[in-house]
Design a binder for this molecule. Structure first.
Ligand code: GDP
Length: 212
């Protein structure tokens, strides 16, 4: 009898611990300074910071959202992949990087492993960050399953006077690559919730379809 109650208690605590129906891993990728960190904190904590602090190592956050009465826990990661560093930096740090190359490769693999969705972020005021998207998409495709849900995100849409990439160009690229597209502002909290929710909802539908 005692054993039985203990078992029940354990099951109860297990249920209390599981605060979600689904757990989906998302990765946030894109050049440094495009606003990945701020998109993450805007979505997970509703916070924004004007200071730029480059991601060192991995940034990580979770948040639960509701889709069709199910609780979805989003587990979101940011990591700087060194493979894509500018060639000049690559040459300068060649010796250092070659020593660590295998560790970096292992971390890159771990970073992408199990990711069901990705937000590919560029800065609408810096055209170079839009040009980099091709490289990021390629790296993503090399490391993840074909059915990963990908959204192209043009961030900093609030900086209207500094815009260097048109909405049409973003949209055309996304259509061509068969991925989703949205413009956001982490500063003004514009479309951030929508972008994450759209990716998570699409993953949810895909997961349900696969389960049938
Ligand atoms: P990350 O390197 O991609 O993680 O970029 P950060 O999140 O650190 O942002 C880089 C800089 O851009 C910071 O100074 C932010 O305050 C700024 N920033 C990020 N998102 C926005 C945005 O939507 N609008 C504006 N105006 N600035 C932003």
């Amino acid at each position: 009898e005692e054993k039985e109650t203990r078992k029940k208690r354990e099951m109860g605590s297990y249920r209390a611990y599981e605060d979600h129906d689904y757990l989906f891993k998302l990765v946030l990728i894109g050049d440094s300074g495009v606003g990945k960190s701020n998109l993450l904190t805007r979505f997970s904590k509703n916070e924004f910071s004007l200071q730029s602090k480059p991601t060192i190592g991995v940034e990580f956050a979770t948040r639960n959202i509701h889709v069709n009465n199910k609780i979805i826990k989003a587990q979101i990661l940011i990591w700087i992949s060194l493979i894509l560093l500018h060639l000049r930096i690559w040459q300068e740090r060649y010796v250092l990087l070659s020593i660590h190359f295998f560790q970096y490769r292992a971390i890159t693999n771990a970073y992408y492993r199990g990711a069901l969705g990705a937000l590919l972020v560029y800065d609408v005021t810096r055209h170079v960050t839009f040009e980099s998207i091709k490289k990021w998409l390629k790296e993503l495709r090399n490391h993840t399953d074909d059915d990963i849900v990908v959204m192209l995100v043009g961030n900093k849409s609030d900086l209207r006077h500094l815009r260097a990439v048109s909405t049409e160009d973003g949209k055309a690229f996304a259509e061509n690559e068969n991925i989703y597209f949205m413009e956001t502002s982490a500063l003004e909290s514009l479309n951030v919730e929508n972008a994450f929710a759209e990716v998570l909802t699409q993953i949810y539908h895909l997961t349900r379809k696969k389960a049938l």
